[in-house]
Design a protein around this ligand. Structure first.
Ligand SMILES: NC(=O)c1ccc[n+]([C@@H]2O[C@H](COP(=O)([O-])OP(=O)(O)OC[C@H]3O[C@@H](n4cnc5c(N)ncnc54)[C@H](OP(=O)(O)O)[C@@H]3O)[C@@H](O)[C@H]2O)c1
Length: 272
């Protein structure tokens, strides 16, 4: 999508984190930003701060019915969506046996199934108009499994497969509609508060504004993939080695110890 000026850009999970950073940059480039978030009030506050007529809607992207209803309101009140950024995400950060059934369902509901509900709500219009762009924010954990991430990594591997299959479908049926998948290592947004990186030179904790900027640049240049930092781009190539060697390299780099002191956003404060 070479020209962002005047385009309608919808960002899920847009109230905070890299979603809000991408929204700010898109608005600065003249896009009409629409934020969706679980927390409608926070989304409103972010939209007010962004200005440029940014709109905000409360929407739980894991709720199929809500997605259909809020998508219909957006189409009526703002117009057809040109750029969809599937960004909302959650992490549990627990070993498999400590995850509750609800943790697992929430992770897949937000990180994977929502990709289907939200993309299907807007893709038909893009195909009919012969242009559009769908961004899937996955993770480096969509390319390599990590200890304490069985649910998260599985949901993000699925997100990578979702993007790749959608790209293949669109290449054949609607070549004007592009996709981009985003696979970053840890970003300093609070979502992964407490994580450690053993070799910051090789695997730095990324800055939210830098990641957002790389995604917007990728959209402008129709780039299909954003994988950060460079070392993560080597993961698929490293799979030609025996599994034991691959695992040894991941352990050596501290990948599987990175979540040992994970805190994340923590539990919400109890109501006074
Ligand atoms: N941070 C990292 O290290 C990192 C690394 C790789 C990939 N990613 C991915 O990047 C994306 C953005 O993450 P971030 O770091 O910016 O995290 P963040 O600051 O926690 O932002 C995520 C946003 O998604 C919203 N959200 C959660 N569940 C939702 C739902 N059911 N419906 C609608 N919105 C919902 C959150 O709202 P509430 O806060 O109100 O729940 C929050 O505003 C995620 O997909 C994440 O998996 C993050």
């Amino acid at each position: 999508m070479r020209e962002l000026e005047g385009r309608v850009a919808l960002i899920t999970g847009g109230a905070a984190g890299i979603g809000a950073c991408m929204a700010r940059e898109l608005a600065a480039r003249g896009a009409r930003v629409v934020l969706w978030d679980l927390d409608g009030q926070r989304a409103q506050a972010t939209a007010r701060e962004i200005g440029h007529d940014a709109r905000a809607y409360a929407c739980d992207v894991s709720d199929r019915g809500q997605v259909a209803r809020v998508a219909a309101r957006v189409k009526e009140e703002v117009g057809p969506v040109d750029l969809l950024i599937n960004n909302a995400g959650v992490v549990s950060g627990k070993p498999l046996l400590e995850l509750s059934d609800e943790d697992i369902e929430r992770t897949f509901g937000v990180n994977t199934l929502a990709l289907f509900w939200v993309t299907r709500a807007f893709l038909g219009d893009m195909i009919a108009r012969g242009e559009g762009h769908v961004v899937t924010v996955a993770s480096a954990a969509g390319t390599i499994g990590v200890a304490r991430m069985t649910d998260y990594a599985a949901s993000k591997f699925a997100a990578v497969g979702f993007d790749e299959s959608l790209r293949a479908e669109l290449r054949r049926s609607a070549p004007g509609v592009k996709t981009t998948v985003v696979c970053p290592y840890y970003i300093d947004t609070g979502m992964f508060e407490g994580v450690r990186t053993r070799y910051p030179g090789l695997l730095p904790i990324l800055e939210p504004d830098d990641v957002a900027h790389r995604v917007i640049e990728a959209i402008e240049h129709d780039r299909p993939r954003v994988v950060l930092p460079f070392l993560v781009q080597l993961v698929p190539a490293l799979r030609v080695f025996p599994v034991a060697l691959f695992d040894w390299a991941a352990d050596l780099l501290g990948v599987n110890a990175s979540m040992d002191e994970f805190i994340g956003h923590g539990e919400p404060e109890p109501e006074p």
